[in-house]
Ligand binder design. Sequence first.
Ligand SMILES: *Cc1c(COP(=O)(O)O)cnc(C)c1O
Length: 369
Amino acid sequence: MNERIKLIKPYISFNEVSTELEEIFESGQLTKGQHVAKFVKSLTDYTGGQYAVPMTSATTALTMCLKVLGIKKGDKVAISDFSFPATANVVEDVEATPIFIDVDKDTYNMSVDDLRSKIDDKVKAVIFVDALGSPSGLDKIKAVCEEFGIPLIEDAACAIGSSIDGVKVGNLADLTCFSFHPRKLLTTGEGGAILTNNAEYATWLDMKANHGASGLRGKVFDFVDFGYNYRMSEIQALMGWKQVQKLDGITERRNLIANQYAEILEPLGMKRQQIAAGVYHNIQSLIFTVPETVQRDDLIDYLAKHNIESTLGTYCLSGTTFYSNKYNTIQPNAQWLENNTITLPCYDDVDVQLVANTIKQFLSQHAKT
Ligand SMILES: *Cc1c(COP(=O)(O)O)cnc(C)c1O
């Protein structure tokens, strides 16, 4: 039997950071140093966004975006329904009401028509999710937000390195949130960042993430507001900076691997996540829908028996126990996608032939009962 094929592998090794790590330990400067400054600058240089504020995760980043916009109890926030639960949880956290917007069955991203039909005076923000890293349709949602004067937050937890018409994610929405969790293709262990072109937002977010400190009062910090500690360490920032340097190469290679999979699997009835014209997808995750004749869970089990890790695409938020009990508004396309999508291993040395052939065997042997 083949060696276990994992779903993901981080693009960072000890050898790449060992010299600087030693320097960090020797200097004793473990936070608020040159590496955080360098990483922040690399994020703005890379994305074209004007300001970057490091955060402890995409979840804290999203929460702070809602706070900087003043979202509060009684407000509604329209969110993409095919995502990781954090997208909805942050809305609950500020005591606003999530409005679940269904997604397009081909791109997996927020449906413009469904958003339009659910906008009312109480909708004070939209959180668009780049499903599995793809910003397909963001431009259309942005146009609707501008028409109604609603701020647009992009949950780009998975989307660093993606772009629309050459403009990178991080420079597309009012506020963009990245995640650097190990499941994402750029990782700092845990971590996140907010990108924005709005100087006022950036100043406020930076102050709030640093205990409410802004400038000096005499020779000591001036604490102008209450705040939090959402800072990133020098070690995390070093890891992040290293990966920004090689990000484009990583996403290009992931695209080549994704195409190799598609060539074998699409003729067998597996359909890949579709990408809108002008969109470059970083392939954070490589997703296919299974043919109607088979059960997705049977395929995941079959692959696991053959030592190949896979998982579902992502979740229908309105269908989770908590949100379906509370709001009872399950969105049909998001639910269908949760049930019928599969994420396949996609990284440099993955054995595409082996994975694809195993899927081929499964499809020829199994039909839905
Ligand atoms: C991973 C993920 C998050 C959460 O990111 P953390 O950094 O772990 O908080 C939020 N939204 C989406 C779409 C994600 O994929």
